[in-house]
Design a protein around this ligand. Structure first.
Ligand SMILES: Nc1ncnc2c1ncn2[C@@H]1O[C@H](COP(=O)(O)OP(=O)(O)O)[C@@H](O)[C@H]1O
Ligand SMILES: [Mg+2]
Length: 253
C-alpha cells in the first residue's frame, strides 16, 4: 500500500540526514508503531508518507504509483486517504466538537462552501456518526476548549475518520496524555483499525503501548532503521540501543 524505496531526507543547513536510505513496505491491516528517541526521524518519516516532506533521495509509492510523479490535485487525493492525528490535536478551541469534526470534510469540498461554513444534512449526520464512534455522543455541541486532553484527541480521531481514510497516521498522538488515557486512545485506534481495515502507523514513545497494540514495530535511530519486526522480537537490548542513554528519561515519562 505504501512503499519507501531508499528514502533519505536531508534538511537544508543540517550536517546529518534526518532519514538515511529507508526501505519499508506497509500493507493494509497492519498496526505499526514507530519507536525512536527525539530527533530519530519519526516525524520526518510520517511527513514523507503523506507527501508533506519531499525525500532528498529515493521514492515513495502509494499503491504502486510514485508520489513524486503526482500533480498537486493527485497528491491532495492521496492525502485525503490518510487521516492524520497529532500530539497537540490541531483543533480550533473555540469551535464545538461537531464543527471541528466537520473541518475534516474540507478536503472533499469546494472552497466557497468551506468559507461560508455550510454543511449538508448528510455531512452533519456523518459527523454525528464518527463522534459516536469515538465515544463523544454527549459532547457534540461542547466547545473543544472545555474538553480534557483525551477527549480532544478523540475529536482529532473523529476528524480524521470523517475523511473515510484508508490509512491512519499518528505523530505522537498520546505524548501529551497520562498513561491510562493513552491506553484508552490506543484501544480506540485499534478498534477503528480493525473495523475499517485501516493501515495504522503511529509514532510513540511508550514501548509498553507499542508492544500491547502493534502488529509490527519499527525503530529508528539517527535516521536509520535499526529494527523492523514483531513486537515480541523487540528485546531489552534493542530497547537500549533505540533509547541509549535516555532510557531513564523515557521510563519516567
Ligand atoms: N524543518 C527542519 N529543518 C531542519 N532540521 C529538521 C527539521 N525538522 C526536523 N529536523 C531535524 O531532523 C532530525 C529528525 O527530526 P524529526 O523527524 O522531527 O524526529 P522525531 O520526530 O523522531 O523527533 C532531527 O535532527 C531534527 O532536528
Ligand atoms: Mg517528532
Amino acid at each position: 500500500m505504501i512503499e519507501l524505496r531508499n528514502v533519505s531526507v536531508k534538511y537544508p543547513g543540517t550536517n546529518h540526514p534526518a532519514l538515511s536510505s529507508i526501505n519499508l513496505t506497509f500493507n493494509e491491516g497492519e498496526f505499526v508503531c514507530i519507536l525512536g528517541k527525539s530527533g530519530a526521524g519519526k516525524s520526518t518519516l510520517i511527513r514523507c508518507m503523506n507527501g508533506l516532506q519531499k525525500p532528498s533521495e529515493g521514492e515513495i509509492y502509494w499503491n504502486g504509483q510514485a508520489l513524486s510523479k503526482k500533480n498537486e490535485e493527485q497528491k491532495r487525493h492521496v492525502r485525503r486517504e490518510m487521516g492524520m492525528i497529532f500530539q497537540h490535536y490541531n483543533l480550533v478551541p473555540r469551535l464545538t466538537v461537531i464543527q471541528n469534526v466537520l473541518t475534516g470534510m474540507f478536503g472533499y469540498r469546494n472552497t466557497f462552501k468551506n468559507l461560508i461554513g455550510w454543511f449538508t444534512k448528510e455531512e452533519i449526520e456523518q459527523a454525528k456518526q464518527v463522534i459516536d464512534d469515538v465515544g463523544l455522543t454527549d459532547f457534540a455541541e461542547r466547545r473543544v476548549e472545555r474538553l480534557s486532553g483525551g477527549q480532544k484527541q478523540r475529536v482529532g480521531i473523529a476528524r480524521a475518520l470523517i475523511q473515510q481514510p484508508r490509512v491512519f497516521l499518528g505523530d505522537e498522538p498520546v505524548a501529551s496524555l497520562d498513561p491510562g488515557t493513552s491506553n484508552h486512545i490506543f484501544s480506540l485506534l485499534k478498534e477503528l483499525h480493525e473495523r475499517h481495515q485501516l493501515l495504522t502507523l503511529i509514532n510513540v514513545h511508550d514501548v509498553t503501548l507499542a508492544k500491547r497494540y502493534a502488529t509490527r514495530i519499527i525503530a529508528l535511530k539517527n535516521g536509520k532503521l535499526i529494527f523492523d519486526g514483531k513486537p515480541g522480537d523487540f528485546t531489552e537490548d534493542l530497547y537500549d540501543e533505540t533509547y541509549g542513554a535516555d532510557k531513564k528519561t523515557v521510563l519516567s515519562r
